[in-house]
Design a protein around this ligand. Sequence first.
Ligand code: ARG
Length: 464
Amino acid sequence: MSTDKTNSAWGGRFSEATDAFVQRFTASVEFDQRMYAQDIQGSVAHATMLTKVGVLTEAERDEIIQGLGEIKTDIEAGNFEWSIALEDVHMNIEAALTKKIGITGKKLHTGRSRNDQVATDIRLYLRGEVDHLSGELTRLQQGLIELASKEADTIMPGFTHLQTAQPVTFGHHLLAWNEMLERDFARLQDCRKRINVLPLGAAALAGTTYPIDREYTAQLLGFDGATENSLDSVSDRDFAIEFTSAAALIMMHLSRFSEELVLWASAQFNFIDLPDRFCTGSSIMPQKKNPDVPELVRGKSGRIFGHLMSLLTLMKGQPLAYNKDNQEDKEPLFDTVDNLAGCLRAFADMMPHVVSKKEVMREAALRGFSTATDLADYLVRKGVPFRDSHEIVGSAVGYGVKSGKDLGEMELSELQQFGDMITQDVFSVLTLEGSVSARDHLGGTAPKQVTAAAKRATERLLKR
Ligand code: ARG
């Protein structure tokens, strides 16, 4: 990256060159150059609009568009020298244009400012990223739903307080994750609406004296419309905060999934096998197979929560309109996008290959008195008030703890010590299959319901 003594964009007002350190300190080109394509796209639309309203000639427009196209090619081929002295992506590209096409290049900035330009670039950039992330989210959901269909009747213990509570199906558990992602997708789509509005035309803060046609620029760039107020346009970063907040929620969900995968893959749970290619070994302990992917995803949630806090804090003290503080929006935003994309990709790639250990899950559900509530419901059906049946089953469980037997393993005579209304038919409710199949309603864990829920979930995906 090169550094120059003066900056031609404002050299006229200044009698000495910027301090070399200050030049580096205030520059953003090292990170905002990633928006070069959006910057060029915005400039092409701006020049096209200026021509439509008679500010540029068609020949000037064509020269500008041609020059910008060549610059894009140069950047993508690695033949572009970014300069710190030119501070940011906007001035680097504008200077290169002028170098390429001469005086016409200097006309591109007519009727705009870097303030509305940068706001436009970020919105274009983020819109594209939201679409990419939405695609990754959908891919992950597809994998989850497919796995859930296959695991519709796999029985595992369901937990509350991480204590065995009641048997559930693994498919049902996986579809719980899918519901979280469904809301995440909706949040991304909702925030996209507020991203997809054109701020260009606000110029520095007050608008411009040229007869610009903002609706036309908006249309050229695929925005749903133009922003209402010039002061708000250059200073608003709500859309970036909303996006980061949606990203933080996604990461919170992925972190919860990760925690469960890590637990389940442990020797103590041993519920699942993660594919080797998503795990790593230990340099000292030969037996180790570590669930690094979910662990790292769980860890990365922290930095994204942090970025949300950074952006909120960045904005809280700013008076209208644009302030240089806003330059600090980019790194948290870019890092959020990059890490979220990585986490979603890893999960979408890995999820379809998670293998359940059905026998182990079943064994675990058999232990821990997971059908105790079923026994209580059975007694209620025999006329016992629920509070009394709760008490009776509590005693039976206490006996089971002492004698080392689960409820389904007791003899009828042993169960009858706790209530003589208990008869042979009790064993059908004490089985795991009986327990899950009985929860046969919308949102319940019965295999039949899981299959139907997976089908509805797929239909929702197909409507996207
Ligand atoms: N690099 C700047 C940013 O990211 C672009 C806008 C600069 N505007 C200004 N008036 N200094 O916010």
